[in-house]
Each structure stands twice: as C-alpha cells, then as structure tokens.
Ligand binder design. Sequence first.
Ligand SMILES: [Zn+2]
Length: 397
Amino acid sequence: MGRRTANRKRAGRRTVNRESELYAAIQVNVTPEPASKQALIDFMKRYRHALNHSVRVIVARKALSPDKAYQLLYRELIEKYGLPGLCAVACYSQAIDIVKSWLNSPQRGKKPPTVKRLSMVLRPQCYTFKDGKVELIGGYKLTATSWDKRYDSYPNGAARLVYNKREDKFTLHIFKHVPKPPKYKPKGVLAVDVNEKHIDIGNSSGQKRVETPIDKALHYVGLAEDLREKYHYKNSKGYLAWRRRSGIYRRILYFEKKAGDIIEDWARKLTHDIVMEAKRKQLAIAREDLTGLREHIRRLPKSHRRALVWLGYRRLAFWLDWEAEKNGVPVIVVDPAGTSTTCPRCGTKLVEVGYRRFRCPRCGFEADRDTIAVLNIEKRAMSKLWPFGFNKVWTGR
Ligand SMILES: [Zn+2]
C-alpha cells in the first residue's frame, strides 16, 4: 500500500484527542430541499472563491495572524463575495490553516495550493443539527438521511459541509464534544504488547493472544498492486493507463480502502474490548511508546507489509488512547527498549534458548518472547504508577 493510502483519512468516524477535550467526528449524509439546492451550491462556490482569494492574500501579505487576516479580508469577503459575517471569519481562518500547512510541508510547490473541492467550514454558530434536520446560516434547510446516532446527545462543534459533484451528494462532517469522565485509581495493570502477527494482552495473572489482520489486509493491497502493474503502460498522451481508466482506478482505490478499513475496524473493535476489560477489572492499560516500535519496523524490509504493520500499530495506539479517555481508563505509555529481552524478575539480559524462547542466566526464569514482553510492560507500568512499590501502597492503607 502506498504512503498516500496509509495516510488517507478514513471516511466516516474521525476523532481527535486533545489534552482537555475529546472530539468525535461523525459523518452525516444530507439532502437539501430541491428548490434551494442550486442556491446552496452557488453559495459553496462563492465560499470556495473567497477561500482561494484569502489564501493568495494571506501568502502575499504574510497575514498569518487572525487579526491581520481580519483587517485585510473581512469586509471584502462580505461585500465582494456575499458571505455572512460568521462565514467570512470561518473562511479566512480556514485559509490561514491551509497556508500554514503549506508552509510546513517539506514538498511544497512554489504556488500556494488552490482548493478545488466544494467544502465549507461551519462554525458551531453557523448551523444547527437536531432530530435529523440541518439548518445552515442563510436559511438553507437540509434533511439528514444517515448518521451515527450514538453521539446524538453530545453537543455539536465545528462542522464541514462537502458537496461531491460526481456522486451529487452532500455530506456534513460534525465534530461532537465527547465528555471525558474522571479516571479511576487502578488496582493493577493490563499490558498490551503489539507484534506484527499478533497482540498479547495480559499481566502476571494471565495472558491472551489475538491475531492481527495484516495478512487479510495485505491480500487486498496485493489485488490493487496487480491492477497497477497490469495497467502500468502509458497511452499516446503519456498518461498511465490505470490512472486514465476510471473503472480500473476506482477498483484500485476500492482495494486500498478495503485494506485500510480492515485494519481500522479491527483496531477499533479490539481496543474497545481491551478497554472494557480494563474497566471491569479497574486496571490501567499499559502500552509501549510507538517511537521505539518505529525502530523495530525499520528493520522489516521496505514493503506493503511494513506499511500495513505501521498503520496497524498507529491505529491501535490511537484507538486505545481514545477509548480509554472516553471510559475514564488510565493509560500508561512505557519505554519499549528491551521489553522482550530483559528478565522481568531480576532485570538481567536474557539468552535465547529456542525459537522465540529466552532464559535468564541469573535467576533461571524462562518463557517465550511475548510472555516476557507483557510481563515487562506490566512491570514498567507498575513502577510508574507506584514508584515506591505496589505492596507499600496497599499495606499502607
Ligand atoms: Zn532473572
């Protein structure tokens, strides 16, 4: 799978975990009233013109602060582009974000980017969404046809309205504020050890193993790759055939999306189960820091497999942290260095005595690599939770 696919944001649920607030982005399919549909599209086109104009002005005048952008653009966006005041603010703010990410991109071109999609940012004051009815600033009314109703009771944050011309569909992406419950005091640790082919979950009282879907996802990446290879010739105008032929291109995208979805759905479901188990037993979840895992992945040969393994690790860590926050479960991130090669009893470096089996030359402890990793992650998390010793805390009560 290409980098593009791995990085492409998954349509549907998207979530953000900031220090103080938790958001879930839900996708709502919406239909405007037939009579006002064209007017809405025209409104979105005006917004897009205004946005591209703002990007150029911000670059030319180096107006990266909201104050300066306001001075330069606010009046003009209202008078020349006919945007309501709140939309004008959303518009130049979005333009600032676009320019900032363009400036931060190491592969940026000479010209600032031009927005081609019809996509409009809506501040919370610019729309309402209730009981399946959406009303936008300017009086546009839309009916929601499908959305994730689990977040209905949470307040609406900023949103983005997108019109897909090819499919003639409107979608509203709404950020929902998700309340963060207080975290409980853990009674122990549930360690999660991530591997290429399986995940080990447990602690010194027991462990279980869950397979990863890497091979299943890889199958779809392979199908996409076969198509790319089969149609990897250029036509008379120099375009690659797989890019030129929309049917082929769509199938390639479908297979790549399928691979990403397999990983995403697995990560989401597995982390939910892990978090529920930790909550039931009132344990803290411990996982390794991903920066160390990146080293481990660098050692894998450069391949689609490596890209998928990395995607799986990232999504698993992301959803683990997110689900835990949502459920008030504490998460402890530990240093991954040597978790599978150090004796969890006495800290001595282990020697390999068989396939993935290790023994401690000092105390004689022997186990397989994954058991050792889980025990070490548990131990490291315990020492972070109770730096003066687990027993001291408990006898001290
Ligand atoms: Zn030992």
